[in-house]
Design a protein around this ligand. Structure first.
Ligand code: PAF
Length: 284
């Protein structure tokens, strides 16, 4: 096993290390996470290797992106296991602040994202979610002052929101999206998969199966509307409560009725028991 990453609990300690690395001519990547690290997170770290000499993974379960009825308190927290995983993967630093470091008494600034944050996908079901994400990511990018930052494509709308926010606020950190890591049966890796019962887990790969089949049909020229309606029926027949199954323009996230509208991304969110799963697939 490699050396454990240096753990920074204070913004000032992380900044000092980043400044030293940069003074030595080294570039720095930030990988923001909420912990409970899995192979998907490790793939973000690996993607950073081609772009920066040093990598910092931040671990912070951000309270401002959870609604009161969501899983903030139940969200898995396992710092020691995460640090062991980062040591194995090779990582220079882990920023693990507590809530008072991120949101000290008197904190009162909000970031209200527009554009892709209002696409009518996740935002329809999680009203203030992207305001919380934009707020914490803006803070993390400012705190780390890294050259580049890496986010998973699994949260496709989140990635679009972060790109827009960083561009709009003139944050110089370059934002990279990294393709989704999947289990052997196609289920997108997610810390929330841990909530699935064995029986739900067996059914959960329906989402990626339907996404993939629908993307292939659209790529082969089938009408988008018909393909999506059939896919939605299949997802519901597998016992999911469907929040949305949508074909969207891959960049603007505007509804896409045909391939003539440009590159299409299929996006889904559905609940299986108490677990809400999201996933997406490119039409190629
Ligand atoms: O994708 C996540 O894990 C979180 O939304 C992020 C980007 C770390 C912000 O808390």
């Amino acid at each position: 096993m490699s050396a454990k990453p240096i753990v920074f609990q204070k913004i000032s300690d992380m900044r000092r290390a980043v400044a030293q690395w940069r003074a030595a001519g080294e570039t720095v990547a930030l990988i923001p996470t909420m912990g409970a690290l899995h192979a998907g997170h490790v793939s973000l770290l690996e993607a950073s290797r081609g772009k920066a000499r040093r990598a910092i993974v931040s671990i912070f379960v951000n309270p401002t992106q959870f609604a009161p009825d969501e899983d903030f308190s139940a969200y898995p927290r396992r710092l020691e296991a995460d640090l062991a995983r980062l040591a194995e993967a090779g990582c220079d630093g882990c920023f693990a602040p507590d809530a008072s470091e991120m949101y000290p008494a008197g904190f009162s600034t909000k970031v209200i994202p527009g554009g892709p944050a209002l696409a009518g996908l996740e935002d329809r079901f999680r009203t203030d979610h992207f305001a919380g994400v934009a707020q914490v990511v803006a803070k993390l990018l400012n705190q780390a002052q890294a050259d580049c930052a890496f986010f998973g494509e699994k949260d496709f709308q989140q990635l679009a929101v972060i790109r827009r926010m960083a561009a709009d606020l003139d944050i110089p950190t370059k934002i990279f999206g990294v393709p989704t890591m999947r289990e052997a049966d196609g289920l997108a890796m997610s810390s929330r998969n841990a909530y699935l019962s064995p029986e739900e887990r067996a059914r959960a790969a329906t989402l990626s199966r339907v996404l993939r089949a629908s993307a292939e049909k659209i790529a082969a020229g089938a009408p988008v509307g018909e393909v999506m309606a059939q896919g939605a029926r299949e997802i519901e027949a597998a016992g999911f409560a469907l929040d949305y199954f949508e074909a969207r323009h891959a960049e603007s996230l505007a509804p896409a009725a045909s391939r003539a509208d440009g590159a299409i991304r299929l996006l889904v969110a559905a609940r299986l028991g108490r677990t809400r799963l999201i996933d997406n697939w490119a039409v190629k």
